[in-house]
Design a protein around this ligand. Structure first.
Ligand code: NAI
Length: 510
């Protein structure tokens, strides 16, 4: 039974609705379901206490219940204030119990958290009942998306060693100032909490590009406190979820938010990495004329070869009807850029953090007004006395004389999860099969040593071996009626391969 004081969701009575969706999602997640069949009996995660921070969607519910099926205890929060599907969160809490007697997993997530709520939920997944008195009861694994749970722990340890939390400055993003305030409160209550928790952690498995970048930075500085597996760079993650997932969920987000016809419009996609490639393909598929911006000559050339115009954002501000950031970088669309856009241009981000679009700068433009069209859809009305295209002079003829405005989705946070429900189950089955295998790897190999006395994982960042990556793909073939050709022994020898794989060298790029 889940202690009724030990979870927080929007409305637990949504559990039944959530359960129906989870049941259908299971059918579309053959990777996770076959891992349940393969490992259900041997329980490789028995004894694992996993603190999970990842968008609390229907697909994540199937992941959580897979981890539990493999023996783990789990506490969960979302890694974004807008991405929770409340019915999925409720269903996970209820589990096999009832609304009055929940027996699932403690979830701390609801759609529309404040920043203070967000950091509270992050602390809840790392604060296990009884662990303050007995650290053995605390979490021993982290499953992260974007790295916030990992960052909370690393910063907590750093501040506890220093004995104080630095004062934020006005230049810090609001997000960071709220984070510092929350850690300051915890430090005042317990000066060793995060140090204790961190000592018990065997490792972290990280879902996304941005979180992985943060892990490599920590490892380079010698500051990483435990081993990490970079799930993102499994081929069956970043070349599938980031690309084909976005190809599905970007138009879904745009449609649910605005229902504006994409055909015929000019769509500007900032960044042509894995996410940008999926975004551009989706928009072109809807009949948009797509323009790409890039800083990397290789990706810029790829975009050109794929038939897209590649331009600087400044050159196409007045042309675009839709602007999507996919870079994982900061300050990509500035307030000055937005004030140059045509009337009713749609601006959205699909990268992990909201600093790709300068929302704070937009709010500071003199005279600007924010009108809520509906939750996660806002019109920003400029006070420049112009209409129908304004500064850029792109007014459609016949447009009413009204002030110029732009539409910003999900307040600059990832719009596929804020305005829609994120990636579909089948692609997430690939990502989450990698997550599950990575959790098993780190958890079960902890404490082992090889013949030379070396541990299999040090405080560094690893990717899963290719043979496991191929296994994840293999688990998804039957559902799509894929007939895979088998190498003959003779062919395998000719290529210098094993018939059972792996089939490519480590540096092959797919
Ligand atoms: P990536 O590294 O493959 O691609 C990012 C691209 O942006 C790179 O090619 C880079 O050269 C380019 N770029 C960087 N700064 C730029 C700038 N100022 N202007 C134009 N281009 C610029 O990374 P990936 O895997 O595509 O991920 C991008 C972001 O999306 C990350 O934050 C990642 O965490 C997030 N993500 C979001 C998902 C979602 O469901 N919304 C799913 C997967 C990843």
């Amino acid at each position: 039974t889940v202690d009724t004081a030990d979870f927080k969701v929007a409305d637990i009575t949504l559990a039944e609705a959530g359960r129906h969706q989870i049941r259908l999602a299971e059918h579309e997640m053959p990777g996770l379901m076959s891992l349940r069949a393969e490992f259900g009996a041997s329980q490789p995660l028995r004894g694992a206490r996993i603190a999970g921070s990842l968008h609390m969607t229907v697909q994540t519910a199937v992941l959580i219940e897979t981890l539990v099926t493999l023996g783990a205890q789990v506490r969960w929060a979302s890694c974004n204030i807008f991405s929770t599907q409340d019915e999925a969160a409720a269903a996970v809490v209820v589990g096999s119990g009832t609304v009055d007697d929940p027996r699932g997993v403690p979830v701390f997530a609801w759609k529309g958290e404040t920043l203070a709520d967000y950091w509270w939920t992050a602390q809840q997944i790392l604060s296990w009942p009884g662990a303050d008195a007995d650290p053995q009861l605390g979490p021993n694994m982290i499953l992260d998306d974007g790295g916030d749970a990992t960052m909370l722990l690393h910063k907590g340890v750093e501040f506890e060693a220093a004995g104080e939390v630095p004062a934020g400055t006005d230049a810090d993003p609001q997000e960071h100032r709220v984070f510092l305030d929350v850690l300051r409160e915890t430090l005042a209550l317990d000066g060793q909490k995060w140090t204790r928790v961190a000592r018990g952690i065997r490792g972290v498995t990280e879902e996304t590009t941005t979180g992985v970048m943060r892990l490599y930075q920590l490892a380079e500085q010698g500051k990483l406190l435990f081993p990490a597996i970079n799930v993102n760079d499994s081929v069956t993650k970043s070349k599938f979820d980031n690309k084909y997932g976005i190809r599905h969920s970007l138009p879904d987000g745009l449609n649910r938010a605005t229902d504006v016809l994409m055909g015929g419009k000019v769509a500007v996609v900032c960044g042509y990495g894995d996410v940008g490639k999926g975004a551009a393909e989706a928009l072109r598929g809807q009949g948009s004329r797509v323009i790409v911006t890039e800083i990397d000559p290789i990706c810029a050339l790829q975009a050109a070869m794929d038939g897209y115009q590649v331009a600087k954002l400044e050159s196409v501000l007045s042309e675009g009807h839709i602007f999507i950031t996919t870079t994982g970088n900061k300050g990509v669309i500035t307030a000055a850029h937005m004030s140059e856009m045509r009337n009713k241009a749609i601006v959205g981000n699909i990268g992990h953090f909201d600093n790709e679009i300068d929302m704070a700068g937009l709010a500071r433009i003199p005279g600007i007004r924010k009108v809520e069209i509906k939750p996660q859809v806002h019109e920003w009305v400029f006070d420049d006395g112009e209409s129908g295209g304004g500064a850029s002079g792109h007014g459609a003829s016949g447009e009413r004389d009204e002030p110029r405005s732009i539409i910003v989705l999900s307040e600059g946070r990832l719009l596929n999860l804020g305005n829609a429900t994120g990636h579909p189950s089948f692609v997430m089955s690939n990502s989450f099969a990698n997550q599950t295998i990575a959790q098993i790897e780190i958890f079960s190999k902890h404490g082992q040593t090889d013949a030379d006395g070396n541990p299999p994982y040090r405080n560094e960042v690893y990717v899963l071996p290719k043979i496991l990556d191929e296994k994840v793909a293999r688990l998804h073939l039957a559902a799509l009626d894929v007939e895979l050709t088998e190498l003959s022994q003779e062919q395998a020898e000719y290529l210098g391969l094993d018939v059972a794989g792996p089939y490519k060298s480590e540096h092959y790029r797919y």
